[in-house]
Write a protein that binds this ligand. Structure first.
Ligand SMILES: Nc1nc2c(c(=O)[nH]1)N[C@H]1C(S)=C(S)[C@@H](COP(=O)(O)OP(=O)(O)OC[C@H]3O[C@@H](n4cnc5c(=O)[nH]c(N)nc54)[C@H](O)[C@@H]3O)O[C@H]1N2
Ligand SMILES: Nc1nc2c(c(=O)[nH]1)N[C@H]1C(S)=C(S)[C@@H](COP(=O)(O)OP(=O)(O)OC[C@H]3O[C@@H](n4cnc5c(=O)[nH]c(N)nc54)[C@H](O)[C@@H]3O)O[C@H]1N2
Ligand SMILES: [Mo]
Length: 753
């Protein structure tokens, strides 16, 4: 949005945390929330009885929580939510929607919390205040006017609590549609699907304790120093217990190389813990080939010394289709593996030696570097195949660990936020509530964009998030949203989705996680490892006119269905225990929900894989034997991945710095190997344009700054969401539909002016 980036470029860092992290936390907290409010919030965050950090989904320790159980980026998330600034009626009266749209995302973030419900009338230039009651009537009226419930779309971002998510999907299904796309569609959908196919459950199989007793932890396609900073504490502990960390990433990310714990005095005096003992700079999307290479070495070694390498007992007792898999691996040629992964046989052998040196307590962690690719589902199943070969699943210290993004994205899915919930869930929901849930599969995120674009969907409602900026193909998505009759967002802060609207638009401002909800009511969230725990806000609400997400959904449902509806919506809004009682009756694993949620530290949801019980249709862990494959582009083109800087939470831009990568004061930057720029005659920090290619279509992003950076030839990287205009809407992961935000064919050209 702004053409004024003034990049300062330094050497990238080789460790994360330390004094710079503390300084940055305090700067954000004090400037936004003030010393008292900010410190009070920080001290309650992630404590038993306090509130759950609104940032990522990394778990809290099961016991022994430190006084300050937060990280730099959690502090930024809290500062953003606890800010004293307000985007109130006067703010919206002063700025037209067009003026707001011309500002940068970082500016939007700095305007403070939205203070009261706002409406943009048809043809109006400015948002104006609207009463809550009129806002709900407006929504109910638009929903009643549709020809079919399938003309409405109900998006969810992964910050909604279990209680809000559950009654939201209940309302949506009582209204009559399964159009429940969510941010997960763009995030870990590939993990959920691949793991369902391989092990019968779409969630990770390890606990925090497993990580601290593992022999080897593979961190694949993730940047925990920025996106899951508290994971570094766990990795450090694992290293101190003798674990070896292996990083697999095209970029040498500081947080994978070393760590200085910001709350450890020795670390603050300069003692850093080295993390990855092996760092494989795989080619972008070379992971399938890399894991196939590991399997090939294991099976070759097994053939030489039968019975010593692979876990025959596990394979025979618990798996299906091993022989097919063995043949597929045998048929894969070494030169393909090396060419597609960019990793030579020596390094792969070194990794296999590491895997075999110990008692096969191996954990693989992964995030968006794996899930946002065309072959993501196949790659994740290939990771599972490796774990099956070594019996490294369903035992202490071993298993699969997809590292989730939003703090309650996993819980939202457990609660039924999914366009294709299984029959058992819908049947239980119907039985316990007396509704008739539709069975027709709904739209996921990309389907929703197309449906709006075609004019088949006319009302778009979002429980949190920033659908426009998070989605692929920003221009196509803008056009889609503009075709709606009504777009409506339940939000805390101003974002671009409020500014590219349907004929009418509503903003419904809600309480944040850190804020007192009524008489200190609690909600619950599920973290990345299946622990459900309570979250109770303590700070005074940013404005007296905010409602909780639960209250908003309940009021919408009551306005739509009328007061005499058989579902007690207003009772749900008054008493969240009643929602939890209902959840307990619908979803297995939530027995005594109210009582257990109140326990310090919460409770684990059952995960049968931990006992080597696989709930796949054949009750086995399933090998999947497919041919090796990677995304390749014609000579002269590059593969672009879009990623996060250190100063953002998804589309929320806290600042202009990417400290660990050495970049400050700029976001419209493109990283590539120095020789890629040289061969194009482009000098460091020169302005360039980027063109992306997809089946004869082209897309452009202009005025980026060229940053030479250590990474494999043939690849490039730019920040999300600035680069989303380049992501083709039709480029999706096979099976999961996730936009391929980590693999876009591009070229970089010199900018003419
Ligand atoms: N502070 C902060 N925390 C966050 C977020 C945030 O924006 N800010 N977002 C949250 C959300 S919703 C999510 S999903 C997570 C995201 O967490 P991450 O997945 O860590 O996020 P990305 O920045 O997308 O990082 C992708 C990483 O994968 C690498 N990568 C890219 N392509 C490939 C590939 O083909 N192979 C391999 N092996 N690696 C590759 C990149 O170099 C980069 O290190 O973080 C969550 N936590
Ligand atoms: N190119 C590219 N695109 C991507 C990605 C990528 O790596 N590359 N990553 C994808 C991923 S992993 C994800 S998860 C999605 C994220 O997609 P979303 O979840 O839709 O986006 P966010 O930026 O997290 O949403 C931020 C907005 O949420 C609102 N908000 C914040 N807190 C609350 C709250 O407590 N309640 C409510 N109701 N609203 C709140 C604020 O108004 C804020 O502006 O983006 C995806 N898009
Ligand atoms: Mo995510």
């Amino acid at each position: 949005m702004n053409d004024t980036d003034q990049p300062k470029v330094k050497k990238s860092k080789t460790w994360a945390g330390g004094i710079p992290a503390v300084n940055s936390s305090m700067r954000h907290i004090i400037s936004q929330a003030g010393l008292l409010r900010g410190t009070r919030g920080l001290l309650e965050m992630n404590q038993a009885g306090g509130f759950d950090c609104p940032s990522c989904a990394w778990p809290d320790p099961d016991d022994d929580r430190s006084v300050a159980e937060f990280c730099e980026n959690g502090a930024k998330a809290l500062a953003s939510e606890a800010t004293r600034k307000l985007a109130d009626a006067a703010f919206f009266a002063n700025h037209s929607v067009d003026e707001l749209a011309a500002q940068s995302d970082c500016w939007h973030e700095q305007q403070g919390r939205i203070a009261e419900p706002m409406i943009l009338d048809e043809g109006a230039t400015h948002y104006r205040p609207i009463s809550w009651q009129d806002a709900f009537l407006c929504l109910a009226e638009e929903l009643h006017a549709l020809n079919s419930p399938d003309e409405a779309i109900f998006y969810t971002s992964g910050r909604a609590s279990n209680e809000a998510a559950f009654i939201y999907q209940l309302f949506v299904r009582s209204f009559g549609t399964n159009n429940l796309p969510d941010c997960s569609n763009m995030c870990h959908e590939s993990s959920g699907l691949a793991m369902h196919q391989a092990i019968g459950i779409g969630k990770g199989t390890v606990t925090m304790h497993d990580l601290t007793i593992a022999d080897v932890i593979l961190c694949v396609g993730q940047n925990p120093g920025t996106n899951h900073p508290r994971m570094l504490t766990t990795l450090e502990e694992a290293v101190h217990h003798g674990a070896r960390i292996v990083a697999i990433n095209p970029l040498r990310e500081a947080g994978l190389i070393g760590f200085a714990h910001p709350q450890n005095p020795m670390a603050m005096m300069g003692r850093k813990t080295p993390l990855a003992s092996l760092y494989l700079t795989v080619k972008v999307n070379g992971d399938f080939a890399l894991f196939r290479g590991l399997a090939k070495i294991l099976l070759e070694r097994e053939a030489l010394a039968p019975g010593t390498i692979v876990d025959q007992a596990f394979i025979v007792e618990h798996t299906h289709d091993f022989e097919n898999y063995r043949s597929a691996v045998a048929a894969t040629e070494w030169d393909e593996i090396v060419r597609l992964s960019g990793i030579d046989q020596n390094q792969l052998n070194q990794l296999v030696d590491t895997l075999l040196d110990g008692s096969r307590k191996i954990i693989t962690c992964w995030a968006m570097g794996i899930t946002q690719h065309r072959n993501a589902v196949a790659t994740i199943r290939e990771i599972a195949n490796l774990h099956f070969l070594l019996g490294a699943i369903g035992k202490p210290g071993a298993g699969l660990c997809p590292v989730r993004g939003h703090s309650n994205v996993q819980g939202d899915r457990t609660m039924g936020i999914f366009e294709r919930m299984p029959e058992w869930f819908l049947a239980a929901l119907d039985r316990e509530t007396g509704i008739h849930s539709p069975r027709k599969i709904g739209y996921d995120t990309v389907d929703s964009i197309h449906a709006m674009h075609r004019g088949d969907a006319k009302v778009f409602f979002a429980l949190g998030g920033n659908f426009l900026s998070a989605s692929p193909d920003t221009e196509y998505t803008s056009a889609a949203m503009r075709r709606c009759k009504l777009t409506c967002h339940v939000s805390t802060k101003l974002n671009r989705s409020h500014l590219v609207t349907g004929r009418r638009a509503l903003i419904l401002p809600c309480l944040g996680r850190s804020e007192r909800d009524g008489n200190e009511r609690m909600v619950t969230c599920e973290n990345s490892m299946g622990v459900v725990q309570s979250s109770r806000g303590i700070l005074s609400p940013a404005s007296p006119d905010l409602l909780s997400e639960v209250e908003i959904i309940a009021a919408l449902a009551a306005a739509y269905h009328g007061d005499d509806h058989h579902i007690p919506w207003s009772r749900f809004a008054e008493n969240y225990d009643a929602i939890r009682d209902l959840i307990e009756r619908v979803i297995p694993g939530f027995e005594n929900y109210n009582q257990r949620a109140a326990q310090p530290g919460g409770f684990y949801l059952p995960n049968p894989v931990k006992q080597r019980v696989f709930l796949t249709p054949n009750k086995k862990a399933n090998f999947h034997a497919v041919e090796i494959d990677a995304f390749e582009v014609p000579a002269g083109r590059l593969i672009l991945q879009t990623l996060r800087s250190h100063d953002q939470f998804n589309t929320t831009i806290y600042g202009m710095h990417d400290r660990y990568r050495g970049i400050s004061q700029a976001r419209r930057v493109i990283f590539a190997h120095p020789d890629e720029f040289k061969s194009r005659g482009i000098k460091p920090c020169q302005k360039v344009d980027i063109i992306s290619y997809w089946h004869g279509e082209t897309r452009r992003a202009d005025a980026f700054i060229a940053i030479p950076y250590e990474m494999p030839m043939g690849s490039a990287a730019a920040y999300f969401p600035e680069a989303n205009v380049l992501v083709p809407v039709h480029s999706q992961a096979i099976g999961s539909g996730t936009p391929t935000s980590k693999a876009i064919e591009i070229d970089i050209i010199t900018r003419q002016n």
